[in-house]
Design a protein around this ligand. Structure first.
Ligand SMILES: Nc1ncnc2c1ncn2[C@@H]1O[C@H](COP(=O)(O)OP(=O)(O)OP(=O)(O)O)[C@@H](O)[C@H]1O
Ligand SMILES: [Mg+2]
Length: 256
C-alpha cells in the first residue's frame, strides 16, 4: 500500500507519496501563516495527483518544525533522520548531507545503510540560511532565483562582516549606497554563507560523498562557493526540497 511523508518547514511544506520505493507524486507549497492548513492542502493535492484518497495510505510520517501541529499522521520523526533517509535513497554512497532550509542549516553524517551517526546544526538564528538570502535578495532588488546569476557576474567578492541577518541587511544597504557593485555584494553574501556552513561541516568532519538538500541547494552560487571552500564535489538531487518528505515516506514504508 502507498505511504506518505510530509515535511512542514518554516517556509515550505512538502508531501511525497510513495509505493514500493517509487515516488507516485509530490507537492511543494508555501507554509504561510497556518502550517496545519498548508499541510492539509499539500496532502490533498499530492493525493489528487496520485489519484488516491487518504484511506489508501497505510502510514503517514511527518517531519519538519510544523510536524507537531498535524493530527492526521501516524508518526513524527526528526528532520535529521528524514533528510538522511531521503539523501540515502537518491545516492547510497552519500556520507555527508548538508540541508539548508529557510531557518535551519544542518550537517548530517551517515554510515552504511543511511543510518545517522552524527549531526551539527546552526543555533536558533537565520544567519546562513534561506531566509537570510531572501532578505538580502530583497535588499539587492532581485528575485531569490536570480541571486546566483547576479553573483556569477561578479568581478570581486565584497567581504560582509555581519553574520546576523538584521545587521547584514543594513550593511548591504550601506554598501549599495557606497556604490559597490551589487554583483560583488551578492558574491560576498554567498561566500559568507559558504564559510558559515563549512564551519558546521568541520564540527563533524567532511566525509565524501557530499549531498546538499533543502531549498538553498537550488542556489548554484551557494553550492559553488561551498564546494570551493570544502574542496569537494557536491551532489544536488533534482528536487532537493523534497528530501525530508521523501525520507518520511520511506520511513512510513518501513513501518518505523
Ligand atoms: N529556485 C530557487 N532559487 C534559489 N533559492 C531557492 C529557490 N527555491 C528555494 N530557494 C531557497 O530555499 C529556501 C527555502 O528552503 P526550504 O524549502 O528547504 O525551507 P524549509 O524547509 O521551509 O525551512 P526549514 O527546514 O529551515 O524550516 C528559501 O529561503 C530560498 O532561499
Ligand atoms: Mg526544511
Amino acid at each position: 500500500m502507498p505511504t506518505a511523508g510530509i515535511d512542514v518547514g518554516s517556509l515550505t511544506a512538502e508531501v511525497v507519496i510513495l509505493e514500493q520505493d517509487q515516488i507516485l507524486s509530490y507537492v511543494i507549497r508555501p507554509t504561510g501563516a497556518n502550517s496545519r492548513r498548508a499541510a492539509e492542502m499539500a496532502m490533498e493535492e499530492a493525493l489528487n495527483k496520485a489519484e488516491l484518497s487518504s484511506s489508501d495510505l497505510s502510514c503517514v510520517v511527518a517531519t519538519g518544525y510544523g510536524r507537531i501541529s498535524i493530527d492526521f499522521v501516524d508518526k513524527r520523526v526528526t528532520e535529521i533522520t528524514c533528510h538522511g533517509r531521503g539523501a540515502y535513497y537518491w545516492n547510497p554512497a552519500v556520507r555527508t548531507v548538508i540541508d539548508i532550509g529557510g531557518q535551519d542549516s544542518k550537517v548530517i553524517r551517515l554510515a552504511n545503510h543511511g543510518r545517522v551517526v552524527d549531526f551539527a546544526m546552526n543555533d536558533k538564528c537565520s544567519a546562513g540560511t534561506g531566509r537570510f538570502l531572501e532578505v538580502m535578495a530583497q535588499a539587492l532588488e532581485v528575485e531569490i532565483e536570480q541571486l546566483a546569476t547576479l553573483s556569477n557576474r561578479a568581478l570581486n567578492a565584497v567581504s560582509i562582516s555581519s553574520m546576523c541577518t538584521v545587521f547584514a541587511e543594513s550593511e548591504v544597504v550601506s554598501l549599495i549606497a557606497q556604490g559597490l557593485p551589487r554583483e560583488d555584494i551578492a558574491r560576498g553574501l554567498h561566500r559568507s554563507i559558504a564559510d558559515r556552513t563549512a564551519g558546521l561541516v568541520c564540527r563533524i568532519g567532511l566525509e565524501e560523498q557530499v549531498m546538499m538538500t533543502g531549498g538553498v541547494a537550488h542556489n548554484s552560487a551557494v553550492v559553488a562557493a561551498l564546494a570551493d571552500k570544502l574542496k569537494t564535489k557536491i551532489i544536488i538531487p533534482s528536487e532537493p526540497q523534497i528530501a525530508g518528505a521523501l525520507g518520511a515516506a520511506l520511513l512510513a514504508q518501513e513501518g518505523s
